[in-house]
Write a protein that binds this ligand. Structure first.
Ligand SMILES: Cc1cc2nc3c(=O)[nH]c(=O)nc-3n(C[C@H](O)[C@H](O)[C@H](O)COP(=O)(O)OP(=O)(O)OC[C@H]3O[C@@H](n4cnc5c(N)ncnc54)[C@H](O)[C@@H]3O)c2cc1C
Length: 481
C-alpha cells in the first residue's frame, strides 16, 4: 500500500498552503480532493473542458490561485483530485516506518480509503491534515423542500463551475457575505434577482470592533464590487428581512418574505409575496465535521454561531495525536485565515517529522501572529452578523420537512419528542431523521433546535448525529477492495 508522511484532505486555500510548506520542508505527501481541480470553494474553477477561454489573470483572485497552483506544480506534490476520502482508520499495528520528532518511529499512522478515478484505493499516512472546509447552513421554512430552493453555495457552484443559472427569477436570502456575492454573480450572469435579504441589520457587528476593516483591502474591494452591481441593477438589498414561506405545488412559484426583529422573529404585518422560480437561502456556513467526528476528535460548542468546532492547539493539532486541522473546518475564517492556518499546520507537522527543530517551528510561527490577529478581528464582526437568531425557527410549522433525505416533518419530530425522545439519537431512532445520504449534515442543526426548544435544554446537550463510514455514498465494490 502506498505510504506518505502526510495526507492532506482538502485542496482549498488551507490544504494548498499547507502542502507547499510541507513539500518545501522535505515531507512526502498527497493532497486528496473530491473536486476535479484544486482551489476549494474560494478559488472554485470551471472544469477544464468547459473553460472557453484562459482564466483572466488580471483578476486578483485568479492571479492568487495561479501562484498557488504554480507553487504546488513546482514542488511535484501528488494531487489526487476527483477523489473522496470515505473512511480513515488508525493503524493499530503501526505499519508505517518513519520519523516522529526526528526519531525513528513506526507506532503511528492512518489508513485512508478513497473513491476516485485513480488506481489508489487506499493510502497510509503518518500524519493527517484535515482541511475539508465548510458548507452552507440550511434554513428550514415551509416549502423549502420544493424544487427551486437551493443554497447560495449550490447556485455559485452551478454558475462558477458549469456556467449554468439556477433559474430566471431569483430571491437570495439568509445571512452572511456570500449572499452579496451570489446576488451580484447571478445578476451579472443574466438572472433577474428580485431582492437580496439579510436577516442581520445593516450595522450588526460592523462598528463594534475598532479597526475591523484595517488590512482588509481585498474584502472591502470585493464588497464594494458586489454592492455596486446590486445598485446598478436596481436590486433591493434588504437588511433585517428573511424568507417566511416558499409557495408552489411541484416547484417554487413564489416566495413570502418580510421584516424580522433582532432575534429573527418574523414581523407578520410586513409580509410581501414575490413571484420567483428560484430561492437561494442559507444562514452562513457550518464546518464540515464529517472527518473530525469520524476520527473522534473532541469538539466544542460555539453558542454565537450555534455549531460545534474541533478543538485544536496553537500548532493546529486536534485532541487526536497527529491529526491536524486548518481552514473553515475550524470556524468561519475565510480564505486568508485558511492560508495562515494551513501554513501553521504545515510548519508544526514538519517539526513533528523532525525536518524542523522546535525552535525553528516557533520562530516561523511567530510572524504569522499579526495576520491571525487581523483575521480574528474581522471574524468577530462576521460572527455578529452570522449569529444564530432563534426567532427564524418560528416560521417552521408541523408540515415543514426537516430531514429532506428521509422526508421527516417537524410534526413527526415533535411527536417523537412527546414519545420520550430526549436527544438527537432518540429522534433518529423513532423517525429515521438523519439516516439518509447526507448523514444529518443538513438537518442536524434544525432537529437540535426543535429538541432544545421542546425540552427546554441547551442545544449543546441534545447531542449530534453520529458519523459512520462510508462518509459519502460509495460503490459497493470499494468496500470489498
Ligand atoms: C459554498 C461556499 C461558497 C463560498 N464562496 C465564497 C466567496 O464567493 N467569496 C469568499 O470570500 N469566500 C467564499 N467562501 C468561503 C471561502 O471559500 C472559505 O473561507 C475558504 O475557501 C476556506 O478554505 P478551506 O481550504 O478551509 O476549504 P474549502 O475551500 O472549502 O476547500 C475544502 C475542500 O475539501 C474537499 N473535501 C471535503 N471533504 C472531503 C473528503 N471527504 N474527501 C476529499 N475531499 C474533501 C472539498 O472538495 C473542497 O475542495 C465560500 C464557502 C463555501 C462553503
Amino acid at each position: 500500500m502506498k505510504q506518505v508522511d502526510v495526507a492532506i484532505i482538502g485542496g482549498g486555500p488551507a490544504g494548498m498552503t499547507a502542502a507547499i510548506e510541507l513539500a518545501a520542508g522535505g515531507a512526502k505527501l498527497s493532497v486528496i480532493d473530491a473536486y476535479p481541480q484544486l482551489g476549494g470553494h474560494y478559488f472554485k474553477q470551471s472544469p477544464k473542458e468547459l473553460m472557453q477561454q484562459e482564466a483572466d489573470v488580471t483578476d486578483g483572485r485568479q492571479a492568487e490561485y495561479r501562484s498557488l497552483v504554480n507553487a504546488v506544480d513546482k514542488k511535484n506534490i501528488e494531487i489526487l483530485s476527483d477523489t473522496a476520502v470515505w473512511s480513515i482508520f488508525l493503524n493499530e499495528e503501526g505499519t508505517i516506518e518513519g520519523q516522529n520528532n526526528g526519531r525513528p518511529d513506526k507506532a503511528t499512522g492512518f489508513t485512508l480509503h478513497l473513491q476516485g478515478p485513480h488506481d489508489v484505493a487506499s493510502l497510509q499516512a503518518r500524519y493527517l491534515l484535515l482541511a475539508p472546509g465548510a458548507y452552507d447552513r440550511p434554513m428550514a421554512f415551509p416549502g423549502w423542500h420544493l424544487p427551486g430552493v437551493i443554497t447560495p453555495g449550490g447556485a455559485q457552484m452551478l454558475l462558477k463551475g458549469y456556467g449554468i443559472l439556477p433559474g430566471k427569477r431569483v430571491l437570495v436570502a439568509g445571512s452572511g457575505p456570500l449572499l452579496l456575492a451570489v446576488g451580484a454573480g447571478l445578476a451579472e450572469a443574466g438572472a433577474e434577482v428580485v431582492a437580496v435579504l439579510d436577516a442581520a441589520s445593516m450595522w450588526d457587528g460592523a462598528f463594534k470592533i475598532p479597526a475591523v476593516f484595517w488590512g482588509q483591502k481585498e474584502r472591502v474591494k470585493d464588497a464594494w464590487k458586489y454592492w455596486s452591481t446590486l445598485k446598478r441593477k436596481q436590486i433591493p438589498l434588504l437588511f433585517g428581512h428573511a424568507i417566511f414561506r416558499a409557495l408552489g405545488e411541484d416547484a417554487v412559484t413564489a416566495a413570502v418574505y418580510g421584516r424580522v426583529d433582532a432575534q429573527g422573529r418574523p414581523i407578520k404585518q410586513s409580509e410581501m409575496v414575490v413571484e420567483v422560480d428560484t430561492i437561494c437561502v442559507a444562514l452562513g456556513f457550518l464546518p464540515n465535521l464529517a472527518l473530525t467526528r469520524h476520527l473522534e476528535c473532541e469538539h466544542t460548542y460555539n453558542a454565537t454561531l450555534d455549531t460545534f468546532y474541533p478543538r485544536y492547539a496553537d500548532t493546529m493539532e486536534t485532541t487526536v495525536p497527529n491529526v491536524f486541522v486548518a481552514g473553515d473546518v475550524t470556524g468561519v475564517g475565510g480564505k486568508d485565515m485558511s492560508k495562515l492556518q494551513g501554513r501553521a499546520a504545515g510548519l508544526s507537522i514538519l517539526g513533528k517529522l523532525g525536518y524542523l527543530s522546535g525552535e525553528q517551528v516557533k520562530s516561523r510561527l511567530q510572524p504569522l501572529q499579526t495576520g491571525f490577529q487581523r483575521e480574528e478581528r474581522f471574524i468577530r464582526m462576521l460572527q455578529d452578523r452570522l449569529q444564530a437568531r432563534p426567532g427564524l425557527f418560528e416560521v417552521i410549522d408541523d408540515d415543514t420537512f426537516i430531514c429532506s433525505c428521509e422526508m421527516v416533518t417537524a410534526g413527526r419530530i415533535k411527536a417523537a419528542i412527546d414519545d420520550g425522545a430526549q436527544d438527537i439519537r432518540g429522534v433518529k431512532l423513532r423517525t429515521r431523521c438523519g439516516m439518509g445520504a447526507c448523514q444529518g449534515r443538513y438537518c442536524e442543526s434544525n432537529v437540535a433546535h426543535l429538541i432544545s426548544q421542546a425540552t427546554n435544554r441547551p442545544r449543546e446537550t441534545v447531542g449530534t448525529m453520529s458519523i459512520r463510514p462510508p462518509l459519502i455514498p460509495i460503490l459497493a465494490g470499494n468496500i470489498l477492495e
